[in-house]
Design a binder for this molecule. Sequence first.
Ligand SMILES: [Zn+2]
Length: 137
Amino acid sequence: MCRTCESENREIWTYLNLPNLPDIKVANWVSLEQCHDCETLWCEIPYEPYASFKFLVKWPYTLEDFNSISKIEDSLILHEWHGSFIRENWQSLSRKEVAAINTWRERTYMNHNPIDRNSAEHPAKYILCADDIRQYV
Ligand SMILES: [Zn+2]
């Protein structure tokens, strides 16, 4: 197993214990990072409040895919995918990480985050569930 990013065992890192990975590409509030040990790609987005809650989601496609998708509407598709992936998978994290996510949800008033956001008020434009990104790669 990769000791740096644990890529075989996980798909999400929370702000609680992010691995320190170098950026290889930065778009509109989204960065693509690459593990220096196993070369796995991770997509990082900082969430409110104050962009101080960063999350990594494993990027299962290529740098080229990331580049072409990031050009559509200021990376909106990447943002919608990242939020959907967290919403669909956060409960599978460790108890500590789930607790950290609950702390973050409270800091956003159980509203301004991709888990609790009211989808009637803020409908997704491209990505209703994380798998929808397959249409763009
Ligand atoms: Zn790694």
